[in-house]
Design a protein around this ligand. Structure first.
Ligand SMILES: [Zn+2]
Length: 154
């Protein structure tokens, strides 16, 4: 199950935010959490997604990705798993696009925030220790927007 009270800065992975993560770290985290990892060639512009299929968490990654782009998508989706997957106000499926439109609908502020957080998870995975300014902005926005972050209706 996705856990509560995690942020992009304190995910429960060994050496998180201390060293650069690898695809092996991603695979180990998925194994530990019972996440099924699927790798195949995507036919759309989507590069990855995270969702539940019959209650079981699934992360799919485009099998053509390499290097930092693969890490970016892997940890973006893993971020959605830890931070967003069981939030009833967010869509049930997250993909790795950063468009402001998902499924033809504009994203809510909370959805945009979720994508921002998932991107931040990817940043921490690839460049730990280089995000001080981002962290400050993150905490400022979070503090200033408690209402819509924790609000009920969207
Ligand atoms: Zn996303």
């Amino acid at each position: 199950m996705a856990k509560k009270n995690f942020t992009p800065l304190n995910l429960p992975l060994p050496d998180w935010n201390k060293r650069k993560m690898t695809s092996r770290d991603f695979e180990a985290a998925c194994e530990h959490e019972g996440i099924a990892v699927q790798r195949f060639r995507f036919k759309s512009e989507t590069r990855g997604y995270c969702q539940r299929q019959d209650a079981k968490p699934v992360i799919a990654i485009d099998s053509r990705l390499r290097g930092n782009e693969r890490l970016r998508v892997e940890f973006h989706e893993l971020g959605h798993y830890y931070l967003h997957l069981d939030n009833p106000r967010l869509p049930r499926m997250f993909d790795a696009q950063t468009h402001e439109v998902v499924g033809g609908k504009e994203m809510t502020p909370e959805q945009e925030w979720a994508e921002c957080e998932a991107n931040m998870v990817a940043c921490v995975a690839i460049a730990p220790g280089f995000i001080g300014v981002v962290e400050l902005a993150y905490l400022s926005v979070k503090a200033a927007n408690t209402n819509w972050l924790k609000g009920s209706a969207q």
